[in-house]
Design a protein around this ligand. Structure first.
Ligand code: S3P
Length: 170
């Protein structure tokens, strides 16, 4: 079976929804950011601080290539995975790409409740996060849409509703 690949901006729920699908279908979930954090025993935030974004992107591409060799898994990606066309090519070779779509307000609120630090977004309260998320989303919107096989709305829906919709396409 093809992989279920979740793409979309930070705070849209790629990790959480991936977990739901994985437990419901009893298939493995991989999260590209978690794999990088484990590999270097360091948080994404510290990796950015110590090695910089370019280095992170190279590692991210390596991990994407590795997990794209698998089948029948759920892949939760980092929000920047679409920047590199080769990543999308690799992910598409074995997977169906679902873009999770949410309002900037939803993303901001989810990020405010998240423990994971996003070095490119910061955490200085609602207004700052909203502004950064919005700018980043508009920069990448076309890439997400171009890459996605399906768009899945997350606004005002439960994790179960979103997960079940994805499973129904699969
Ligand atoms: C990034 C998103 C993050 C993480 C890194 C870079 C981005 O993942 O990969 O901080 O460029 O959008 P999330 O999508 O889980 O926030």
């Amino acid at each position: 079976m093809k992989n279920i690949v979740l793409i979309g901006p930070s705070g849209v729920g790629k990790t959480t929804i991936g977990k739901y699908i994985s437990s419901k279908l009893k298939i493995e979930q991989v999260d590209t950011d978690f794999i990088i954090e484990k590999k270097f025993s360091m948080s994404i935030e510290n990796i950015f601080k110590k090695y910089g974004e370019n280095w992170f992107r190279i590692e991210e591409s390596n991990i994407v290539k590795e997990v794209s060799n698998k089948n029948n898994i759920v892949i939760s990606t980092g929000g920047g995975v679409v920047i590199n066309e080769k990543n999308i090519e690799n992910l598409k070779s074995t997977g169906i790409l679902f873009m999770l779509v949410g309002s900037i307000d939803t993303l901001t609120r989810n990020l405010m409740n998240s423990n994971k630090k996003r070095p490119l977004i910061g955490n200085y309260g609602y207004d700052e996060i909203y502004k950064n998320v919005k700018n980043m989303f508009f920069e990448r919107e076309k890439l997400y849409i171009k890459s996605a096989d399906y768009l899945i709305s997350v606004d005002n829906r439960t994790i179960e509703e979103i997960g079940e919709e994805i499973i129904s396409f699969y």
